[in-house]
Design a binder for this molecule. Structure first.
Ligand code: NAD
Length: 258
């Protein structure tokens, strides 16, 4: 079963947004973290603010060699790799009929190839270490529902559910669990960017995008917060047994209920 103290976590896309708050929360809980991001300057700044429990890692999650090197460097720096949060992601807004193939492929590569490559590298370490582990994939409410203009994102986020379930089956004998977090809208740069994009594409105001599209189906018209998502990421990292594996947890103010 997974060791319960001095955990080491790789968090991808953690120079900013949700990933950064998860890394900060992990360190507050006593973990050590790798701040892995395609933006090394930002990762270095984030790790510097966190302190000795964080190490910056330059990692484009779509590059096999960079992922393997980054995971090796983290294991060398802190001794083990016990938790993966595969979080790096982007958004792309376009109707299918106007969607360039290159944009489709780029988004799927970051979300799906990135999840596979980081999972494989971390699982190899976890199996060798023999102390279990926790793989957390950052899904979305869009792992469960579709929205117009987001074909590659909705496709990728649904795909992560399948990967999570296979990891859970293959990881079980090694005490490696896998779960997906499915947040609703959180006000990060990723979301701030798409508010004006959607407003323009749909011919409505930015206020209408927030109220009538993003938060329309929530129970209270509220955004999900960084801390909401980070709390669930901590719970999933710390859960001690295979009882909680292969699952997806919605953190979306009731946007979608199952
Ligand atoms: P963000 O744009 O604030 O941060 C994303 C980070 O990922 C950035 O630091 C960026 O440099 C990094 N990144 C981008 N491409 C990368 C690559 N190829 N390799 C490594 N790092 C890369 O985004 P966010 O809102 O914090 O989103 C984080 C994750 O949460 C994403 O997977 C996103 O789909 C998911 N999510 C976000 C929301 C939301 O409302 N913000 C909701 C549901 C799910």
């Amino acid at each position: 079963m997974m060791k319960t103290q001095n955990k080491v976590a790789l968090v991808t896309g953690s120079a900013a947004g949700i990933g950064r708050r998860i890394a900060e929360t992990y360190v507050e809980a006593g973990f050590q973290v790798g701040i892995a991001d395609i933006n090394l300057d930002a990762a270095t700044t984030t790790a510097g603010k966190i302190g000795d429990a964080a190490v910056p890692l330059r990692m484009d999650v779509t590059k096999e060699e960079e992922v393997n090197k980054g995971v090796d460097a983290l294991a060398q720096h802190f001794g083990t790799v016990d938790i993966l949060v595969s979080n790096a992601g982007i958004q792309h807004i376009d109707p299918i009929v106007d969607l360039d193939y290159s944009n489709w492929k780029k988004l799927l590569a970051i979300h799906l190839d990135g999840a596979f490559l980081t999972t494989r590298a971390c699982m190899r370490k976890m199996v060798d270490q023999g102390q279990g582990g926790s793989v957390i994939l950052m899904g979305s409410a869009h792992s469960k529902v579709a929205s117009p203009l987001k074909a590659p994102y909705v496709t990728a986020k649904h795909g992560l559910l399948g990967l999570c379930r296979v990891i859970a089956k293959e990881g079980a004998e090694h005490g490696i669990r896998s779960n997906v977090i499915c947040p609703g809208f959180v006000r990060t740069p990723l979301v701030e960017k798409q508010i004006p994009e959607q407003a323009e594409e749909l011919g409505i105001s930015e206020e209408e995008v927030v109220k009538n599209i993003m938060l329309k189906d929530t129970v209270d018209g509220e955004f999900t917060t960084l801390d909401d998502v980070a709390s669930v990421a901590l719970f999933l990292a710390a859960f001690p047994t295979n009882a909680l594996t292969g699952q997806s947890i919605l953190v979306s103010h009731g946007w979608f209920m199952e």
